[in-house]
Design a protein around this ligand. Structure first.
Ligand code: SF4
Length: 473
């Protein structure tokens, strides 16, 4: 545990964020009694002290007050812990948004680099990644309020992965699945009618989860036919993605259903091509199942396939990611998304780490090598980075990056991360974001997470969502 004594609660969250970067997976407590660190903030300066020393920094007008507080704590803790954090003080989940907005304001590349360094201490390679992504996104990011995207959520999976905090029903409770699908179809129909009445233009559709294909073929077809009728039949749809996810949920019939209802892009997600690791993280399939289902999809004519990977999975080392990258390169997908391992509260992995059962934490240098190998994979596959986001509690404090061949970018991913397009979401735990472009404002409405609650309160959620949408449309 790390105990901090802070004189001004107004800055508690900013101070916490910086300590959490260096002492992630350690409990951080603010106290009035015995402390490890003392942080004093007054009108002129910030002081941080502990048993080993102190640092004092005076506020200056060229930098915002909170930024200065973060920077001072960051400098002190970097020196003390000798941990190098490439993103600097940046804790937001959308670091490329800053580059895109600076680019729109006319900043040159070198000015953008200076800006990140001055305000956040971000390392140059990460800044360049942000700039590259901002360039890729620039012409794709939405500019019209009438253009929207649709998200549909299926909260079931064949089994639960070690690192997943997904709390809805897992497995096959047929009664619950049927009840859920009935409610989902009702929501799709109501929202579809609303979109039609308002003559909104659907840009992209994303069917995710959980695993949309975890249900039976008939159940899957029921949902897909509804999505097609109420959303995908809209002539302007430029992309319809189904996140198939797990190969153990796929068969030829499901692929044919996707073809029948106009799916343009799918994601088959190995995470790793090492069988030992697949077993360890709770996946009931092997790497050869991934290859078989991938080839099946190709044979059936899918020409835009994404594959998700996770760097630094428990028990994996550089040699293992080397094997994964070699196998993925042979398959040659159209895009890959490389995730850092995120330790989410509520996951079995989080519990393991908290209970100190996980003795396999990797040194940062090893994590960096794993990331570098995935960058090399993207280059070998002739892909470029096109979107990125970060999450809290990522091992090694890294980022998730999507790479793709030119023209095969996941457009929905870009719209979702850049938050310039309204996304209407249906299903349990699905979050609708209404974007007021003129006011640079976003309003959110989240459907309840619990599947039974979702079923019982479906009309209430539809009505509240429409109420929110009516404030814009
Ligand atoms: S496939 Fe995805 S949603 Fe399903 S249990 Fe694994 S991590 Fe969670």
């Amino acid at each position: 545990m790390v105990k901090i004594k802070l004189n001004d609660d107004l800055y508690r969250y900013d101070v916490y964020q910086m300590f959490n970067l260096f002492y992630s997976f350690t409990e951080i407590e603010f106290t009035e009694d015995i402390y490890d660190f003392l942080v004093i903030i007054d009108n002129e300066k910030i002081v941080i002290k502990d048993a080993d020393g102190s640092l004092e920094d005076y506020f200056n007008e060229s930098i915002n007050y909170k930024e200065q507080i973060k920077k001072t704590i960051f400098i002190y803790l970097s020196e003390k812990t000798k941990i190098e954090l490439p993103w600097g003080t940046l804790v937001g989940i959308r670091p490329s948004k800053i580059a895109l907005s600076l680019m729109d304001s006319g900043y040159s590349e070198s000015e953008i680099i200076e800006y990140y360094k001055k305000h956040y201490f971000t390392r140059e390679d990460k800044i360049k990644l942000c700039i590259e992504i901002a360039k890729a996104e620039k012409n794709i990011v939405n500019t019209s309020s009438e253009k929207i995207s649709i998200y549909i959520g299926m909260p079931f999976c064949p089994s639960r992965c070690l690192y997943c905090s997904f709390t809805s029903s897992i497995g096959r409770d047929e009664k619950l699945v049927n009840m859920y699908i009935k409610a989902l179809l009702h929501e799709i129909e109501s929202i579809g009618q609303y979109i039609n009445d308002k003559a909104l233009c659907i840009d992209t559709i994303y069917f995710g989860g959980g695993t949309p294909t975890a249900v039976s073929d008939n159940q899957f077809e029921d949902v897909m036919s509804h999505i097609y009728k109420y959303f995908a039949d809209n002539k302007n749809v430029s992309e319809f993605t189904v996140e198939c996810g797990r190969p153990d949920s796929l068969n030829e019939n499901k692929f044919l259903i996707m073809k029948k209802y106009g799916v343009t892009r799918i994601s088959i997600n190995p995470q790793t091509m090492n069988d030992e690791s697949l077993k360890k993280v709770g996946r009931n399939h092997t790497s050869s199942d991934i290859i078989e289902k991938y080839n099946m999809a190709r044979d059936l004519g899918f020409n835009n396939i994404n594959m998700d990977l996770i760097a630094a999975l428990p028990g994996e080392d550089v040699n293992m990611i080397e094997h994964t990258c070699n196998e993925i390169q042979k398959l040659s997908p159209d895009s890959i998304t490389v995730h850092g391992l995120c330790v989410k509260r509520g996951s079995a992995l989080y519990e393991n780490i908290l209970n100190n059962n996980n003795n396999e934490r990797l040194p940062q240098s090893e994590i960096n090598k794993m990331y570098e190998r995935t960058v090399e994979l993207s280059k070998n596959l002739k892909m470029k980075p096109y979107y990125m986001y970060r999450q809290k509690n990522m091992i090694g404090n890294m980022e998730n990056v999507g790479y793709s061949l030119t023209g095969k970018e996941g457009i929905y991913n870009i719209q979702m991360i850049e938050e310039k397009q309204t996304i209407i979401s249906v299903g349990a735990n699905a979050v609708t974001k209404v974007v007021f472009l003129d006011e640079n404002r976003i309003e959110r409405f989240a459907n309840v997470k619990d599947v039974k609650e979702y079923v019982n309160r479906i009309d209430e959620m539809i009505n509240k969502k429409i109420e929110l949408l009516n404030t814009l449309y």
